[in-house]
Design a protein around this ligand. Sequence first.
Ligand SMILES: Nc1ncnc2c1ncn2[C@@H]1O[C@H](COP(=O)(O)OP(=O)(O)O)[C@@H](O)[C@H]1O
Ligand SMILES: [Mg+2]
Length: 232
Amino acid sequence: MNPFLAVDHLSKNYPGSAQERSALKDISFYAEKGEFLALRGSSGAGKTSLLKLISGIEQASSGFIRIGETFLHALNESQRAQFRAKTIGFAFQLFDLLEDLTVAENVALPLILLGQTRQAALKEAEAMLERFTILNLAKASPETLSGGEMQRVSLARALIHKPALLLADEPTGSLDTFDAEQALNLLAETREGTGLTILLVTHSARAAAYADRVLTLKEGRLVYGKSGVMHA
Ligand SMILES: Nc1ncnc2c1ncn2[C@@H]1O[C@H](COP(=O)(O)OP(=O)(O)O)[C@@H](O)[C@H]1O
Ligand SMILES: [Mg+2]
Protein backbone atom coordinates (compact mmCIF):
# COMPACT_ATOMS: atom_id res chain seq x y z
CA MET A 1 0.00 0.00 0.00
CA ASN A 2 1.32 3.39 -0.95
CA PRO A 3 -1.16 6.07 0.11
CA PHE A 4 -1.00 9.54 -1.40
CA LEU A 5 -0.46 11.32 1.93
CA ALA A 6 1.49 9.70 4.74
CA VAL A 7 2.05 11.31 8.12
CA ASP A 8 4.36 9.27 10.30
CA HIS A 9 5.15 9.83 13.99
CA LEU A 10 4.84 13.56 13.55
CA SER A 11 5.52 15.89 16.47
CA LYS A 12 5.68 19.67 16.70
CA ASN A 13 7.01 21.71 19.59
CA TYR A 14 6.88 25.47 19.58
CA PRO A 15 9.65 27.09 21.59
CA GLY A 16 8.19 29.25 24.39
CA SER A 17 9.63 31.69 26.89
CA ALA A 18 8.87 29.49 29.92
CA GLN A 19 8.70 26.06 28.35
CA GLU A 20 8.27 24.43 24.96
CA ARG A 21 4.71 24.00 23.85
CA SER A 22 3.95 20.62 22.37
CA ALA A 23 1.25 21.18 19.72
CA LEU A 24 1.36 17.74 18.06
CA LYS A 25 2.45 14.47 19.66
CA ASP A 26 3.35 11.43 17.60
CA ILE A 27 0.67 11.78 14.92
CA SER A 28 0.42 9.02 12.31
CA PHE A 29 -2.23 8.68 9.61
CA TYR A 30 -2.58 8.39 5.86
CA ALA A 31 -4.97 9.43 3.11
CA GLU A 32 -5.52 7.69 -0.20
CA LYS A 33 -5.62 9.71 -3.39
CA GLY A 34 -9.12 11.15 -3.71
CA GLU A 35 -9.98 10.58 -0.07
CA PHE A 36 -11.84 13.24 1.91
CA LEU A 37 -10.76 13.43 5.55
CA ALA A 38 -12.35 15.67 8.15
CA LEU A 39 -10.21 16.79 11.07
CA ARG A 40 -12.01 17.67 14.28
CA GLY A 41 -10.97 18.69 17.76
CA SER A 42 -11.51 21.55 20.16
CA SER A 43 -9.69 24.85 20.01
CA GLY A 44 -5.97 24.42 20.67
CA ALA A 45 -6.02 20.71 19.79
CA GLY A 46 -3.41 21.20 17.06
CA LYS A 47 -5.54 21.24 13.88
CA THR A 48 -4.02 24.35 12.30
CA SER A 49 -0.54 23.25 13.32
CA LEU A 50 -1.07 19.98 11.47
CA LEU A 51 -2.17 21.79 8.30
CA LYS A 52 0.85 24.10 8.53
CA LEU A 53 3.19 21.13 8.73
CA ILE A 54 1.53 19.31 5.84
CA SER A 55 1.73 22.47 3.74
CA GLY A 56 5.41 22.85 4.59
CA ILE A 57 4.82 26.33 6.07
CA GLU A 58 6.10 25.02 9.40
CA GLN A 59 8.64 22.27 9.90
CA ALA A 60 8.13 19.22 12.07
CA SER A 61 10.15 18.72 15.25
CA SER A 62 10.25 15.00 14.47
CA GLY A 63 8.54 12.48 12.23
CA PHE A 64 7.88 12.83 8.52
CA ILE A 65 5.31 13.75 5.91
CA ARG A 66 5.19 12.31 2.43
CA ILE A 67 2.91 13.78 -0.25
CA GLY A 68 2.90 11.70 -3.41
CA GLU A 69 6.56 10.84 -3.96
CA THR A 70 7.86 13.83 -2.02
CA PHE A 71 9.22 13.78 1.52
CA LEU A 72 8.83 17.34 2.83
CA HIS A 73 11.89 17.16 5.07
CA ALA A 74 14.05 16.47 2.01
CA LEU A 75 13.23 19.90 0.57
CA ASN A 76 14.78 23.23 1.47
CA GLU A 77 12.59 26.26 2.11
CA SER A 78 12.38 27.49 -1.46
CA GLN A 79 11.75 23.96 -2.76
CA ARG A 80 8.97 23.61 -0.19
CA ALA A 81 7.42 26.89 -1.34
CA GLN A 82 7.56 25.69 -4.96
CA PHE A 83 6.11 22.32 -4.06
CA ARG A 84 3.33 24.01 -2.09
CA ALA A 85 2.44 26.38 -4.92
CA LYS A 86 2.10 23.49 -7.34
CA THR A 87 0.62 20.73 -5.24
CA ILE A 88 -1.50 22.29 -2.51
CA GLY A 89 -4.61 24.46 -2.40
CA PHE A 90 -5.64 26.38 0.72
CA ALA A 91 -8.98 27.61 1.93
CA PHE A 92 -9.51 29.37 5.23
CA GLN A 93 -12.36 30.57 7.38
CA LEU A 94 -11.24 34.16 6.84
CA PHE A 95 -11.18 34.14 3.10
CA ASP A 96 -8.11 36.26 2.77
CA LEU A 97 -9.05 37.78 -0.59
CA LEU A 98 -7.04 40.78 -1.77
CA GLU A 99 -9.31 43.80 -1.87
CA ASP A 100 -7.29 45.76 -4.43
CA LEU A 101 -7.89 42.99 -6.97
CA THR A 102 -11.13 41.94 -8.66
CA VAL A 103 -12.65 38.54 -7.95
CA ALA A 104 -11.26 37.12 -11.21
CA GLU A 105 -7.78 38.51 -10.46
CA ASN A 106 -7.86 36.95 -7.00
CA VAL A 107 -8.74 33.56 -8.47
CA ALA A 108 -6.09 33.91 -11.19
CA LEU A 109 -3.31 34.72 -8.74
CA PRO A 110 -2.01 31.18 -8.05
CA LEU A 111 -1.59 30.61 -11.80
CA ILE A 112 0.24 33.90 -12.27
CA LEU A 113 2.55 32.97 -9.40
CA LEU A 114 3.22 29.66 -11.19
CA GLY A 115 4.33 31.59 -14.26
CA GLN A 116 1.22 31.70 -16.46
CA THR A 117 0.54 34.89 -18.39
CA ARG A 118 -2.01 37.23 -16.90
CA GLN A 119 -4.32 36.77 -19.86
CA ALA A 120 -4.26 32.96 -19.77
CA ALA A 121 -4.67 32.95 -15.99
CA LEU A 122 -7.68 35.28 -16.14
CA LYS A 123 -9.29 33.11 -18.78
CA GLU A 124 -8.95 30.03 -16.57
CA ALA A 125 -10.18 32.00 -13.58
CA GLU A 126 -13.34 32.91 -15.47
CA ALA A 127 -13.93 29.27 -16.44
CA MET A 128 -13.55 28.35 -12.77
CA LEU A 129 -15.96 31.09 -11.69
CA GLU A 130 -18.46 29.83 -14.22
CA ARG A 131 -18.19 26.30 -12.86
CA PHE A 132 -18.81 27.73 -9.39
CA THR A 133 -21.81 29.72 -10.79
CA ILE A 134 -20.35 33.13 -9.87
CA LEU A 135 -19.04 34.32 -13.22
CA ASN A 136 -21.25 37.39 -12.78
CA LEU A 137 -18.94 38.44 -9.93
CA ALA A 138 -15.73 38.30 -11.99
CA LYS A 139 -15.16 42.06 -12.05
CA ALA A 140 -16.51 42.78 -8.56
CA SER A 141 -14.37 43.81 -5.63
CA PRO A 142 -14.23 41.10 -2.94
CA GLU A 143 -15.45 43.52 -0.26
CA THR A 144 -18.84 43.79 -1.99
CA LEU A 145 -19.56 40.02 -1.73
CA SER A 146 -21.62 38.04 0.76
CA GLY A 147 -19.88 35.49 2.99
CA GLY A 148 -21.08 32.58 0.87
CA GLU A 149 -19.86 34.26 -2.30
CA MET A 150 -16.49 35.03 -0.74
CA GLN A 151 -16.10 31.40 0.24
CA ARG A 152 -16.87 30.25 -3.28
CA VAL A 153 -14.26 32.68 -4.63
CA SER A 154 -11.81 31.46 -2.02
CA LEU A 155 -12.43 27.83 -3.04
CA ALA A 156 -12.09 28.74 -6.72
CA ARG A 157 -8.72 30.33 -5.93
CA ALA A 158 -7.67 27.29 -3.87
CA LEU A 159 -8.48 24.92 -6.72
CA ILE A 160 -7.59 26.93 -9.86
CA HIS A 161 -4.15 25.32 -10.27
CA LYS A 162 -5.60 21.80 -9.91
CA PRO A 163 -3.76 20.93 -6.72
CA ALA A 164 -3.52 17.29 -5.70
CA LEU A 165 -4.27 18.16 -2.06
CA LEU A 166 -6.70 20.68 -0.59
CA LEU A 167 -6.10 21.87 2.96
CA ALA A 168 -9.12 23.70 4.35
CA ASP A 169 -9.11 25.27 7.81
CA GLU A 170 -12.71 25.72 8.96
CA PRO A 171 -13.76 27.06 5.55
CA THR A 172 -17.45 26.96 6.45
CA GLY A 173 -17.01 28.25 10.01
CA SER A 174 -18.45 31.68 9.31
CA LEU A 175 -21.16 30.62 6.85
CA ASP A 176 -24.84 29.91 7.41
CA THR A 177 -26.11 26.39 6.79
CA PHE A 178 -27.15 27.00 3.20
CA ASP A 179 -23.86 28.61 2.16
CA ALA A 180 -21.88 25.97 4.02
CA GLU A 181 -23.69 23.16 2.19
CA GLN A 182 -23.09 24.89 -1.15
CA ALA A 183 -19.37 25.15 -0.42
CA LEU A 184 -19.19 21.52 0.70
CA ASN A 185 -21.07 20.39 -2.39
CA LEU A 186 -18.56 22.24 -4.56
CA LEU A 187 -15.75 20.40 -2.82
CA ALA A 188 -17.49 17.05 -3.20
CA GLU A 189 -18.08 17.72 -6.92
CA THR A 190 -14.49 18.81 -7.47
CA ARG A 191 -13.25 15.66 -5.81
CA GLU A 192 -15.46 13.46 -8.01
CA GLY A 193 -14.12 15.08 -11.13
CA THR A 194 -10.44 15.28 -10.27
CA GLY A 195 -9.38 12.80 -7.59
CA LEU A 196 -8.53 15.71 -5.29
CA THR A 197 -7.51 14.62 -1.79
CA ILE A 198 -9.11 16.80 0.89
CA LEU A 199 -8.19 17.47 4.50
CA LEU A 200 -10.89 19.64 6.03
CA VAL A 201 -10.74 21.09 9.54
CA THR A 202 -14.23 21.61 10.85
CA HIS A 203 -16.25 22.05 14.03
CA SER A 204 -19.42 21.05 12.28
CA ALA A 205 -20.84 17.51 12.35
CA ARG A 206 -22.69 18.33 9.12
CA ALA A 207 -19.45 19.21 7.38
CA ALA A 208 -17.73 16.12 8.77
CA ALA A 209 -20.57 14.03 7.33
CA TYR A 210 -19.23 14.83 3.84
CA ALA A 211 -15.95 13.11 4.66
CA ASP A 212 -14.97 9.47 4.12
CA ARG A 213 -13.23 9.39 7.50
CA VAL A 214 -12.98 11.66 10.50
CA LEU A 215 -9.76 12.18 12.44
CA THR A 216 -10.09 13.66 15.91
CA LEU A 217 -7.28 15.52 17.64
CA LYS A 218 -7.22 15.97 21.38
CA GLU A 219 -4.42 17.93 23.01
CA GLY A 220 -2.10 17.21 20.11
CA ARG A 221 -2.84 13.49 19.83
CA LEU A 222 -5.07 11.54 17.47
CA VAL A 223 -7.91 9.91 19.35
CA TYR A 224 -9.01 6.40 18.44
CA GLY A 225 -12.21 4.60 19.29
CA LYS A 226 -12.20 1.36 21.29
CA SER A 227 -12.34 -0.74 18.14
CA GLY A 228 -9.16 0.87 16.89
CA VAL A 229 -11.21 2.79 14.37
CA MET A 230 -10.82 6.52 14.45
CA HIS A 231 -13.60 8.41 16.19
CA ALA A 232 -16.39 9.89 14.11
N1 LIG B 1 3.29 29.88 16.35
C1 LIG B 1 3.04 29.33 17.55
N2 LIG B 1 3.87 29.56 18.62
C2 LIG B 1 3.64 28.99 19.81
N3 LIG B 1 2.62 28.18 20.07
C3 LIG B 1 1.74 27.90 19.07
C4 LIG B 1 1.91 28.48 17.76
N4 LIG B 1 0.90 28.02 16.97
C5 LIG B 1 0.14 27.22 17.75
N5 LIG B 1 0.66 27.15 19.02
C6 LIG B 1 0.12 26.35 20.12
O1 LIG B 1 -0.08 25.03 19.66
C7 LIG B 1 -1.29 24.50 20.19
C8 LIG B 1 -2.20 24.07 19.02
O2 LIG B 1 -2.62 25.23 18.30
P1 LIG B 1 -3.42 25.16 16.92
O3 LIG B 1 -2.73 24.20 16.04
O4 LIG B 1 -3.61 26.53 16.44
O5 LIG B 1 -4.81 24.52 17.41
P2 LIG B 1 -6.26 24.50 16.69
O6 LIG B 1 -6.11 24.92 15.29
O7 LIG B 1 -6.72 23.08 16.86
O8 LIG B 1 -7.12 25.44 17.49
C9 LIG B 1 -1.89 25.57 21.06
O9 LIG B 1 -1.49 25.32 22.39
C10 LIG B 1 -1.26 26.82 20.54
O10 LIG B 1 -1.16 27.80 21.55
MG1 LIG C 1 -7.03 26.45 14.20
